[in-house]
Design a protein around this ligand. Structure first.
Ligand code: 1HE
Length: 265
């Protein structure tokens, strides 16, 4: 917990309970949680530290009625950035989002309202996305005369496929509700995304941390490898994870017929 004490956060809030469930809140509701440069630096700090601070799962939520309106367009306009300035800024976005995706701690995004542009890039860096009836997804970059810079070409294309992403960017197409689930933008559609995200975080946090580490970093790393290298890395990771003390106890419970069976309710 000490690792989290000296964090000076202006645009985020961070809480962690005794079970290691952390809640990271986007706290710039007056600006619809648009990502200014300072918020990105805070995301880097928070997600660098949480895995080492004993977090077992994270809920990423937002103040206000919108999850995140993407790049801070007003800051971007007023800064009149040069190409190299914006390139370096994008590298900081990547630093933040890579810390999330590859950090090894499950991150569940509780979505609502606008999840657009860089807001969708942020959401797609989480491991699970939970939407409510009012959540909508878009990539308005084309309309703004911009291009994605926070990993959408990798993560959003991964979720929905290249053709859908190109359509979203060219036409500003908005996805919501069942259609958003069908195309892969979110995995859950519920009445209250925060309640569901917390429930999922608690479920995931009950797994051994080493298993969650493999799930929430290994799969992403292996997707970046050749099939040959991925099968090698998978074997090595499984060698470590599948022989841990925590799995031994669980296997013993199964063998003794006290462990839970995998059955639909
Ligand atoms: C902002 C931003 C922002 C709101 N940057 N300040 N993203 C977009 O193209 C989405 C831009 N935002 C919107 O379309 C709307 O704001 C919303 C649909 C999200 C919300 O609408 P609404 O009516 O609730 O709020 P609003 O009146 O538009 O905005 C309220 C305030 O938030 C206002 O500030 P105020 O000081 O005048 O009160 C807005 O300026 C401010 N605000 N969104 C800055 N995005 C790494 S590259 C990524 C590229 C992208 O992300 S492109 C997509 C950008």
């Amino acid at each position: 917990m000490d690792l989290l004490k000296d964090l000076a956060l202006e645009n985020l809030r961070l809480e962690m309970d005794e079970d290691g469930i952390a809640v990271v809140t986007l706290a710039r509701a007056a600006k619809r949680n648009a990502l200014n440069a300072e918020t990105v630096e805070e995301l880097i700090e928070v997600f660098s530290r949480l895995p080492r601070a004993g977090a077992r799962a994270v809920v990423l939520r937002a103040d206000g009625t919108h999850f995140c309106a993407g790049l801070d367009l007003v800051e971007h306009h007023s800064e009149q950035r040069r190409p190299e300035d914006f390139m370096h800024l994008c590298l900081r976005w990547h630093e933040a989002f890579n810390k999330m995706e590859y950090g090894g701690v499950p991150i569940i995004a509780a979505l609502k309202g606008a999840v657009v542009g860089g807001g969708l890039e942020l959401a797609s860096s989480a491991h699970v996305r939970v939407a409510d009836q009012g959540t909508y997804f878009a990539l308005p970059e084309g309309q703004r005369g911009l291009f994605t810079g926070g990993g959408a070409t990798i993560r959003v294309a991964d979720l929905v496929g290249k053709a859908r992403m190109i359509d979203m960017m060219l036409t500003g197409r908005i996805y919501q509700r069942d259609e958003a689930v069908q195309v892969g933008l979110c995995q859950y559609l519920v009445e209250d995304s925060e309640v569901k995200a917390m429930e999922l975080a608690r479920t995931a946090a009950a797994n051994p941390p080493l298993s969650n580490f493999a799930i929430c970093s290994g799969i992403s790393h292996m997707q970046n490898m050749s099939a040959l290298d991925a099968s090698y890395a998978e074997s090595v990771l499984a060698g470590i994870v599948n022989t841990q003390a925590a799995s031994n106890e669980r296997l013993e419970a199964f063998a003794n017929k006290t462990g839970a069976r995998v059955r639909p309710e």
